[in-house]
Design a protein around this ligand. Structure first.
Ligand SMILES: [Zn+2]
Ligand SMILES: [Zn+2]
Length: 206
């Protein structure tokens, strides 16, 4: 662990700085691509009615949203009781079908915006916690951008399968200790992401 006095000369700390900058650059490189593709995802899953909050569209109890022990006083369904809506139920089902593992982060999304806001559809493919207040692709971080691209099956149609299925992490080299040999593979992966983005931009214009 580097002390304060040699923070900027420590190789491991510097590798973290480089990785952090690379993550930011890659995230900015992918932002426009993701923004456009999410509009296509919105077309595929269709539009909601504009009146249903997500609480209405999730039966009670449903894991992990409801508290089973408080079935008659569920905190999640406190303000809105479940109520079928053919239009929004269809959108919800399409969102589930487009999720690689069938478990979209519905708690992240405001379903009443499914009618007009493609980002509220995109939020269903983010990690389950920490993103509910993020209001755009631009505001999201690298982890969010990559999560959407990995979790949403639509991206299989515009990215290479090797890019979507990176090899499992090396247990001997956990991410919390980025050593020289591994920082290079982090860069290679990020450059690959940008390469595919550039390739797709050229391809889209041709
Ligand atoms: Zn409930
Ligand atoms: Zn509805």
């Amino acid at each position: 662990m580097a002390t304060n006095t040699n923070l900027f000369t420590d190789k491991e700390t510097n590798n973290w700085f480089k990785a952090s900058i690379a993550l930011n650059v890659t995230k900015h490189g992918l932002t426009n691509f993701l923004d456009i593709q999410l509009q296509n995802v919105h077309t595929i899953v269709r539009r909601g009615c504009g009146n249903c909050p997500i609480e209405k569209l999730i039966p009670c109890p449903t894991n992990p949203y409801c508290n089973k022990r408080k079935r008659n006083n569920c905190p999640f369904h406190k303000s809105q009781k479940p109520q079928p809506c053919p239009t929004c139920d269809n959108v919800k089902q399409n969102i589930i079908s487009q999720h690689r593992y069938g478990v979209p982060s519905l708690k992240n999304t405001r379903a009443e915006k499914w009618a007009h806001d493609y980002w509220e559809i995109g939020k269903c493919y983010l990690p389950p916690d920490g993103y509910s207040s993020v209001s755009s692709v631009q505001e999201s971080d690298f982890n969010g951008v990559i999560s959407i691209m990995l979790n949403c099956l639509y991206f299989q149609t515009c990215l290479s399968s090797s890019c979507l299925s990176p090899p499992p992490p090396d247990k001997k080299c956990p991410l919390e200790k980025v050593i020289y040999c591994k920082i290079k593979s982090v860069f290679v992966y990020l450059v690959l992401c940008l390469f595919y983005h550039s390739y797709l931009s050229v391809f889209a214009k041709s």
